[in-house]
Design a binder for this molecule. Structure first.
Ligand code: NI
Length: 257
């Protein structure tokens, strides 16, 4: 298994990165994509990826910090993207649940990162919350078709899965798929084309059942994999192989940058 989206750079992991990676590997997670979301966590993501062979990272600006992002920040992001362990841009996107007053700033910062992804041919890690139509519209308007990416912890409808897949994007499923009353996430997990399906924890957030409400860790990724296998009525090991191959292909983990 590869955890395609984990915040080992979040303060919750500050003193336990080493132990978390070891325990997760014992649970079958053999690589990690550590996701940055602001200036500080971008630098931490790079530092962690430099320490561990099996940790890669992505860097970018989350919509929650869009108001604070300057031109200089975007220029330094472009420079940092050249680092050999940086395999993508984000997380970035639109979050209307968090702050409806900053929609213009969010759109500007998202658009800038889409343009960087086009320019450098790196995948985008897209965060979308209560913003499905605007997010899809921005992707259609600004993303080059050849630029790939991930709808991370996808919370949209099953119907819209096709719209994002048609834009050359992968769909990532996280812990909420294991929640009992999660009707839409379970429906979504069923309809994603298998060659576009990824799994993630988004740890330290969104722990799967039976740890719902506790601090999440990549060690819990097998619970999400098992639930998706159950929903799709397929063999767990086969699903593991396919989602891992998808992650390697998307992030080009085999290349020498
Ligand atoms: Ni995240």
């Amino acid at each position: 298994m590869i955890d395609s989206h984990v915040h080992l750079n979040a303060t919750q992991f500050d003193t336990i990165v080493d132990e978390t990676i070891k325990k997760s590997m014992a649970a079958g997670v053999n690589a990690f994509i550590c996701i940055g979301y602001d200036a500080v966590t971008n630098m931490k993501a790079i530092a962690i990826s430099e320490t561990y062979d099996n940790v890669y990272c992505t860097i970018g600006f989350h919509p929650e910090v869009a108001k604070m992002v300057t031109e200089a920040d975007l220029l330094s992001l472009e420079e940092m993207l050249k680092h050999p362990k940086v395999v993508g841009i984000g997380e970035c996107g639109l979050d209307y649940y968090w702050d409806k007053s900053a929609i213009e700033e969010q759109k500007f910062v998202f658009k800038s990162q889409i343009e960087l992804a086009n320019k450098l041919n790196l995948p985008l890690i897209i965060h979308m919350r209560d913003s499905a139509f605007d997010t899809l519209e921005m992707i259609k308007n600004y993303k080059a078709k050849s630029t790939s990416g991930i709808m991370h912890c996808y919370s949209g409808s099953a119907q819209m899965v096709t719209d994002f897949v048609n834009e050359n994007l992968y769909i990532s499923v996280a812990g909420p798929v294991t929640f009992k009353n999660a009707v839409t996430p379970k429906e979504v997990a069923k309809v994603i084309p298998i060659e576009r399906l990824l799994i993630e924890t988004d740890a330290p957030y969104l722990a799967p059942m039976p740890y719902r409400g506790k601090q999440n860790t990549p060690e819990y990724l097998p619970y999400t994999l098992a639930e998706i296998a159950r929903i799709r009525e397929m063999d767990k090991d086969l699903l593991d192989q396919i989602t891992e191959a998808n992650t390697i292909r998307l992030f080009q983990l085999n290349r020498n940058k």
